[in-house]
Design a protein around this ligand. Structure first.
Ligand code: F6R
Length: 600
């Protein structure tokens, strides 16, 4: 979703801002812009489309040592040059970029901007215009900024500069992520550390409803009452190499290939000195002592939660419910007496999930966030955090975070099971190692996946994924992967449910991918495949070694059936990848989507 960068220092800002925006491209956007300032004034460059398009319109001759930049994912107003950020006040004195949604922008316009003609359709422009109104009424800029922030309802991360002060960037945050990065002779602002890793790895976290005065030498954080807040900086443990594609054509392919390594790293990380699986603190006790677990997540993370539910219920014996965050927010079920909430979120910033966490915190319930991003909002605001250790996931379509979430949930459930005197009958660490090997073997079979994608998906307009039990949950994920990056309408279905209506959609040649990795339902899912084949479908059966039949299209290497999701999702990810490639889609940056969904 939208991204912000800012720089103030000694170097020419243009390239720093553009490179920073490129690093934020993965979040999803449809227009971009930068504003820089020098003795001749403020220069704003913006363009609909990609950063590459923006580069074309940036005047290489204009130099400046202060600037702000933005990638916009349209919410208020279509993606266009006009609606792209930065936005300027009526006189051109103030220039601002903003992430988030200002819910009361209509009211603000009515109350403060009767005499101002707005140039864009955005909620953002209202903010910069209100600031100018307050300055014109006699307030100092900092005071006008603070007063405006106090009026805003909704979410924001803001960077602002004033044409009459080339020494300062004003910054503020509420519910949308924003960091300030520190340097010796410069300071920066960024939606995430990756954007500015090119100049610094030292960052300061900002809390909601804080504003920051950033100069090249100083960073002063204040709350909205004007009190100065002190905060230690931290070193972002990111390797610049982690965020490069290297020799891979796409991040998604790189991230699929990284999965075996991530699983091994998770096992290593969550082991004590004797090699026994362990998680830090008393989070496993919290799981073991809960009378019910509520997993709350969106999209791919929700699908990982469904697999996690199986672990928590069958291994640890804790009743577990899984909810889509955006529904849970306003449709809360009757809660048990001693619930534990688990927020699954790769980014740790998803607004829908955060809105639930805010509510459950108010109710005084314990919460655990399982995330890939240390220090992310969901991590900071929950009682416990477990990290995924998957490394930065750049492709919009989540792959390695999904398998990492399943592995971490499995480890947590196994440890909680031990605490409830329900030791697993197998060695989970060992079995995860076997699954990692299976995933590696699958990653080496890309040619076969490419062939399947070519045969089944090159011309189709729709596809089905069917499975039972754990396989069903993986089918939901396989279908989501396919639709988001290839734009083929795809549905994941419980094998037994198809005949209750959806089978009407099966036509001659409709691709139906069936997962058969669960022995107790192997015959039934094969029966469901026969039903669709009899109606003309083109089935592709992916089974597990030991359960295979002669004409299965693909057989997964043997793995513990409870962990089969970790292996069976790999071919589905690869099939989606190749389908996207064959259909000429933008694999890493699919249309309309954002990586970090910071609006509700
Ligand atoms: C799909 C995908 C999304 C995310 C969802 C939640 O490939 O990535 O469905 O899983 O937006 O995001 P997080 O996990 O960051 O909360």
């Amino acid at each position: 979703m939208c991204g912000i960068v800012g720089y103030i220092g000694q170097r020419d800002t243009k390239e720093i801002l553009l490179k920073g925006l490129e690093k934020l491209e993965y979040r999803g956007y449809d227009s971009a812009g930068i504003a820089i300032m020098n003795d001749e004034g403020v220069h704003v460059f913006k363009e609909k489309g990609r950063i590459a398009d923006l580069r074309e319109v940036v005047d290489g001759k204009v130099a400046s040592t202060i600037g702000i930049g933005h990638t916009r994912w349209a919410t208020h107003g279509e993606p266009s040059h006009l609606n792209a950020h930065p936005h300027q006040s009526a006189s051109g004195r103030f220039t601002l970029v903003h992430n988030g949604v200002i819910e009361n922008y209509v009211q603000l316009t009515r109350d403060y901007l009767q005499d101002v003609t707005l140039k864009s359709d955005t909620d953002t422009e209202v903010v910069v215009q209100v600031i100018e109104q307050f300055v014109e009424s006699g307030l100092e800029v900092e005071e006008a900024f603070r007063k405006t922030l106090g009026l805003l309802k909704g979410s924001y991360a803001i960077a602002l500069f004033d044409a009459e002060n080339k020494e300062t960037i004003y910054v503020a945050k509420n519910k949308s992520p924003l960091l300030v990065g520190l340097g010796d002779t410069f300071n920066v602002v960024a939606s995430d550390a990756m954007a500015m890793l090119q100049v610094t790895n030292e960052y300061v976290e900002l809390m909601d409803k804080e504003m920051v005065i950033v100069t090249d030498k100083k960073v002063v954080i204040k709350n909205l009452s004007g009190d100065v807040m002190t905060r230690a900086s931290y070193i972002a443990e990111l390797d610049a190499g982690d965020i490069e594609k290297g020799t891979y054509p796409h991040y998604m392919l790189k991230e699929i290939d990284e999965q075996p390594l991530v699983i091994r790293k998770i096992v290593q990380t969550y082991q004590d000195e004797n090699g026994k699986l362990d998680v830090p603190g008393d989070v496993a006790d919290a799981v073991a002592e809960a009378d019910r677990i509520y997993i709350v997540a969106c999209g791919t993370s929700y699908h990982a939660g469904l697999v996690g539910k199986q672990f928590l219920e069958t291994w640890a014996g804790v009743p577990t419910e899984v909810y889509v965050s955006s529904e849970f927010s306003y449709n809360m079920p009757l809660l048990s007496e001693k619930p534990l909430f688990i927020f699954l979120s790769q980014s740790g910033e998803t607004a829908d999930s955060r809105s639930v966490l805010v509510q459950t915190n108010k109710l005084g319930h314990k919460a655990l966030t399982i995330t890939n991003v240390p220090g992310s909002t969901l991590s900071r605001e929950a009682d416990y955090t477990l990290l995924l250790h998957a490394g930065p996931e750049i492709a919009v379509a989540s792959t390695k975070a999904y398998t990492a979430q399943i592995a971490v949930l499995g480890i947590l459930a196994a440890i909680a099971a031990g605490k409830r005197d329900k030791e697993l009958s197998f060695d989970l660490a060992h079995e995860l190692g076997i699954v990692a090997n299976a995933m590696e073997a699958l990653c080496d079979q890309k040619d076969e996946m490419e062939m399947i994608a070519r045969d089944y998906l090159t011309v189709t307009r729709n596809a089905f994924f069917i499975g039972r039990g754990l396989d069903y949950y993986v089918c939901l994920e396989g279908a989501l992967k396919l639709k988001e990056i290839s734009y083929i309408q795809a549905e994941g279905f419980a094998g037994g449910e198809l005949k209750h209506g959806t089978i009407a959609l099966i036509e001659d040649g409709t691709p139906v991918f069936a997962l058969a990795t669960q022995e107790h339902v192997n015959l039934s899912i094969r029966g469901n495949v026969k039903e669709v084949a009899a109606r003309g479908a083109n089935p592709c059966i992916i089974s597990l070694k030991g359960l295979e039949e002669a004409d299965d299209q693909f057989v997964l290497p043997a793995a513990h059936p409870a962990l089969s999701a970790l292996a069976s999702v790999v071919p589905l990810q690869l099939i989606a990848y190749y389908a996207s490639l064959h259909r000429g889609c933008d694999v890493d940056k699919p249309r309309n989507l954002a990586k970090s969904v910071t609006v509700e």
